[in-house]
Design a protein around this ligand. Structure first.
Ligand code: DLL
Length: 431
């Protein structure tokens, strides 16, 4: 059976820009018409904007369409953005959201097929092949991570170990006993697992694992190097969001590890200036915006992700563009006494100081009218508190130098800070 399918990663659209553009235009026209005909909110906003599906004659015409935001999805909670009858929706996922109502998304049988194909393509790009065993520690349930990855692993012809997130002692046992080739989880959770391996007297660098496909939260290239060194594996980045599909909207090639390739045959990306909405040219930093090209149940038109990155030319798959590794989201940005700061900037600096661990949280305080930021970070267990004394000063100094703001640093004993079991909560606003 499988021999009848085109080999993953060899699809013409990933290698010929002309073939891709032709396919994208056709699919864009279909999507815009489908959204206009079946989702009242799209019909209303298109009409308000004076734009009609017939106006989409070339790819650049996407810029004539109105943006869609998280607020639009909340307004139509729970199923108002579905473009097919409920009887055709095979699955629902939802993201918890930090405030108020969750965002609800739906999939037809065809959507689920395409999603598994794209996750399979993503895992293939990461070097995973049929016949390998894959430990899937993304959370199962309404979160798209667990079930999304699961279907892709099976589609690839690999063996899935559906452990979900949490129960870290059990993760250690199954990694030891089942000898998986690959692991899928958030980067912060992989650190928790590495610590647990060590605590069990095992060498994290000596497991059967060869590759980790990590995503669902921002992480830096410094963190990649730390994970690769500690576990003796390749660490590859997978990107996605529930509103656009789930994991597998874009994914990195293990050959280049140069940022996720966007699967542009299914998603049309743009970058915009977050304040003005103006298009930002490729190569420049902007807010990532997606229009789905093949989604039936939940088409999205110019969906504003709030993720900040730049569009770059493809390498391993030359026809599609890459995104620079996403290290910040608009929502995570801390404005400290007028200076913008992302938690990943601290991560980058922390990982350059050997006596500190990657286990840190950021606390925002207010004394009088002054905001302050405290970095609470664990020292390395193999070093004494005295040996780590200088580390706090070094961290403070480097933050001041590289980010341009003063922070407090509090070095903590190993194990006192909360550990990740999925997406890690790094910032605590105590103002
Ligand atoms: O996190 C989907 C996913 C699951 C992706 C498993 C990868 C692996 P949401 O819960 O809707 O969906 O969260 C989406 O998470 O807008 C980004 O801000 C962030 N994010 C996801 N992947 C990455 C990544 C899933 N590789 C939001 N790097 C997105 C940085 C990421 N941020």
């Amino acid at each position: 059976m499988t021999s009848e399918l085109p080999e993953i990663g060899t699809e013409t659209e990933l290698h010929s820009r002309d073939a891709l553009a032709e396919l994208q235009l056709r699919r864009l026209q279909w999507t815009v018409r489908h959204a206009y005909d079946n989702v009242p909110l799209y019909r209303r906003t298109f009409d308000e904007h004076g734009v009609h599906p017939d106006d989409i004659r070339e790819l650049a015409d996407v810029q004539r369409l109105p943006f869609t935001t998280k607020a639009d999805l909340r307004e139509t909670y729970p199923f108002g953005m579905f473009a097919v009858p409920m009887a055709d929706v095979r699955r629902i996922h939802a993201s918890s959201g930090t405030t108020g109502r969750p965002t609800v998304v739906g999939y037809t049988a065809g959507d689920l097929e395409r999603w598994s194909d794209l996750v399979a393509r993503s895992l293939h790009a990461a070097g995973i092949r049929a016949g390998m065993k894959v430990h899937n520690a993304y959370g199962y349930g309404l979160f798209t991570g667990g079930l999304g990855a699961h279907a892709g692993i099976e589609r690839l012809g690999a063996t899935v170990i559906p452990i979900s997130g949490g129960q870290t002692a059990r993760q250690v046992q199954l990694i030891t006993d089942f000898e998986p080739d690959a692991i899928l989880c958030t980067p912060s959770y992989l650190l928790t697992i590495a610590d647990a391996l060590e605590a069990a007297g095992l060498d994290p660098a000596a497991t059967s694992l060869k590759v980790a496909v990590l995503g669902a939260e921002p992480w830096t290239n410094e963190m990649r190097r730390e994970i690769e060194r500690r576990l003796n594996i390749d660490a590859v980045d997978i990107y996605g969001l529930s509103e656009v599909m789930g994991p597998g909207v874009a994914s990195e090639s293990v050959l280049t590890k140069d940022g996720p390739h966007i699967w542009e045959d299914h998603f049309l990306p743009e970058t915009i200036d977050g304040d003005t909405g103006a298009t930002v040219p490729d190569g420049e930093l902007g807010e990532l915006v997606f229009t789905s090209l093949t989604k039936e149940a939940f088409p999205v038109i110019r969906y504003r992700t709030r993720d900040l990155t730049r569009l770059l030319p493809g390498t391993t798959y030359p026809a599609v563009r890459r995104i620079e590794k996403i290290t910040g989201r608009n929502d995570d940005m801390i404005i400290l006494r007028g200076v913008n700061l992302f938690p990943t900037q601290i991560e980058e600096i922390v990982l350059g100081i050997e006596t500190l661990t990657p286990h840190f949280i950021l606390e925002l305080h207010r004394a009088g009218r002054m905001d302050s930021l405290t970095v609470r970070i664990e020292r390395h267990p193999s070093l004494s508190a005295e040996e780590c004394e200088g580390a706090a000063a070094v961290l403070r100094h480097r933050v001041k130098m590289h980010i341009g703001t003063s922070v407090e640093v509090q070095v903590e004993e190993p194990g006192v800070l909360p550990r990740s079991e999925g997406k890690y909560k790094r910032v605590y606003d105590l103002r």
